[in-house]
Design a protein around this ligand. Structure first.
Ligand SMILES: C[S@@+](CC[C@H](N)C(=O)[O-])C[C@H]1O[C@@H](n2cnc3c(N)ncnc32)[C@H](O)[C@@H]1O
Length: 230
């Protein structure tokens, strides 16, 4: 092993793997043409939200929007709310940029960077109304559980960024991950389960996503969790 290939013990554990690949021409073109207008370059400093969304009131953030279907639909249906999507998957960023431009949306912007760092540095405490995390990678193997996005440190950070009364909504079609999410969120003092202690959200309000459709086709159950900041 050369020194450059030694594992770096200081490297943070990431909840994603960046896969090179499979851009369509339209996704690539959308990044070239629309990133400047609808993308936000990551900087480890609070976002100037008033400048980005002048007069914006409710701030909704989706982490890991994937191909962006649910986010685009929500932003179209709720023009009075402001949306920020965070993902590292560039083909999905391209697809969402294409959708934003096609519909001329002014209430949706994208950050392409690790969500943990974005949450930590780019949002003030008590600045987010709703935080959405739909079908995060379940990392099913035990040795990979540490890569799951939803850990207590992340949940503490996310809760601190919610306004009082703000909510965090998670969905997964992986039962063991749903149980892990429940354990973690029930353990955060700042949060209360909006559905009652240890209860899942039986009739969730959630737009379809690529992974929700895939799960449906495979006949998977889905578990939704809704927690509110006290
Ligand atoms: C399994 S996909 C689900 C995508 C979408 N929510 C859906 O339901 O179709 C998980 C997504 O989360 C993104 N992701 C995972 N960890 C992330 C992180 N730390 N920061 C930003 N994006 C992340 C991945 O790139 C991927 O697009």
């Amino acid at each position: 092993m050369t020194s450059s290939s030694k594992p770096d013990s200081n490297r943070p554990i990431r909840s994603y793997v960046i896969r090179s690949g499979r851009f369509t021409t339209s996704q690539r073109t959308a990044i070239e043409q629309h990133w400047v207008e609808y993308g936000i370059d990551y900087d480890a400093a609070p976002l100037p939200l008033e400048e980005i969304f002048p007069g914006g009131t409710r701030l909704i953030v989706e982490i890991g929007f994937g191909m962006g279907d649910s986010l685009l639909q929500m932003a179209r249906e709720q023009p009075a709310s402001s949306f920020i999507g965070i993902d590292v998957h560039r083909p999905g960023v391209g697809k969402l940029l294409h959708g934003i431009a096609e519909h001329g949306l002014t209430n949706l912007r994208i950050i392409c960077h690790d969500a943990q760092e974005v949450l930590q540095h780019c949002f003030d405490s008590a600045s987010i109304d709703r935080l959405l995390i739909f079908f995060p990678d379940p990392w099913p193997k035990k040795r990979h559980h540490k890569r799951r996005l939803l850990q207590s440190g992340f949940a503490e950070l996310a809760s601190a960024k919610l306004k009082a009364g703000g909510t965090i909504h998670l969905a997964t079609d992986w039962q063991a991950y749903a149980e892990h999410m429940m354990d973690v969120l029930e353990g955060i003092d700042m949060l209360e389960n909006a559905e009652g202690s240890n209860c899942y959200w039986e009739c969730p309000i959630r737009s379809a996503t690529k992974f929700s459709r895939r799960g449906q086709k495979l006949g998977h159950d889905v578990w939704d969790l809704l927690f509110r900041k006290r």
